[in-house]
Write a new protein. Structure first.
Length: 268
């Protein structure tokens, strides 16, 4: 079975690509490398000792996406590709709305044209916005708190409406929390281009001397040290969740949170 993994050279996408290959799937990666590296694709093949097909394209481009569908006999899509920094989305919302929404529309349009009816979407717990914890999949989504979260919520609504209009189209929406960690080989991990927006690579760059210091924001949360609580999930477990979602796809729309359900006061 041929699986198109958009954003497959990124942090979560690369780990999921490994999990897919190790589960016997053929992986086709599409990535524009705006926040990743071609070296990661090479490392995936080194870890798995398997070849994969790589397209350096932007999935907002319909012609480039159609080239993949024309030549690769895609069976399923796992869609990671997108801009993902919350703070940056507030500063530059247009880029986020364009990139994250258009990529979803282009991919689903290609899926419908080429009769690909299995779609797993990389969403985020940010879609819960101002809902009160614990977050449950059955919650109504209230107003999100930033453009990044809104692009995820909008993409979810688009995919849901398309699945309702096309009963043969199967969609799974995966809402996850804070991925951390790296593959046990040490060959891939959270290694973004530029200044990291996730905690662990930021810490790593401070340790290496690439960044001067780590700033901790917030000191008045009701925790032992005043800092916030986060639900951290290991990226390898997260990748396994995507494989499980793919293998259990059925008609309609299915929504799952991916997290541990346990908050961690990181600095204690």
């Amino acid at each position: 079975m041929n699986i198109l993994v958009t954003g497959g050279a990124g942090y979560i996408g690369s780990h999921t690509s490994i999990a897919l290959i190790e589960s016997g799937y053929n992986v086709i990666i599409a990535d524009n490398l705006c926040n990743s590296s071609r070296k990661t694709v090479e490392q995936i093949m080194k870890i798995t000792n398997k070849e994969l097909t790589f397209f350096q394209i932007d999935v907002t481009d319909p012609e480039s996406v159609e080239t993949i569908f024309e030549n690769c006999e895609i069976d399923s899509v796992i869609h990671f590709a997108g801009l993902k920094a919350v703070g940056e989305s507030v500063v530059n919302p247009l880029a986020y709305y364009y990139n994250n929404i258009v990529s979803t529309l282009v991919l689903v349009n290609a899926c419908r044209k080429y009769d690909v009816n299995r779609f797993v979407f990389s969403s985020s717990a940010t879609v819960y916005g101002n809902n009160k914890i614990p977050f449950t999949e059955s919650m109504d989504l209230l107003s999100t708190t930033n453009p990044y979260g809104e692009t995820k919520a909008m993409s979810e609504r688009i995919l849901t409406d398309i699945a309702k209009a096309n009963p043969d189209f199967s969609v799974t929406l995966l809402r996850y929390f804070n991925p951390v960690g790296a593959h046990e080989s040490g060959l891939i991990g959270d290694d973004p281009n530029g200044i990291p927006t996730n905690l662990m690579p930021y810490i790593t760059q401070v340790v290496k001397g690439k960044l001067k210091e780590l700033q901790v924001f917030g000191n008045d949360y009701p925790t032992s040290d005043g800092t916030g609580i986060r639900d951290y999930i290991h990226v390898v477990d997260l990748a396994a969740g995507h494989v499980a979602a793919l293998e259990n796809l059925s008609e309609g729309v299915h929504v799952y949170n991916l997290g541990t359900g346990k908050g961690i006061v990181f600095w204690s």
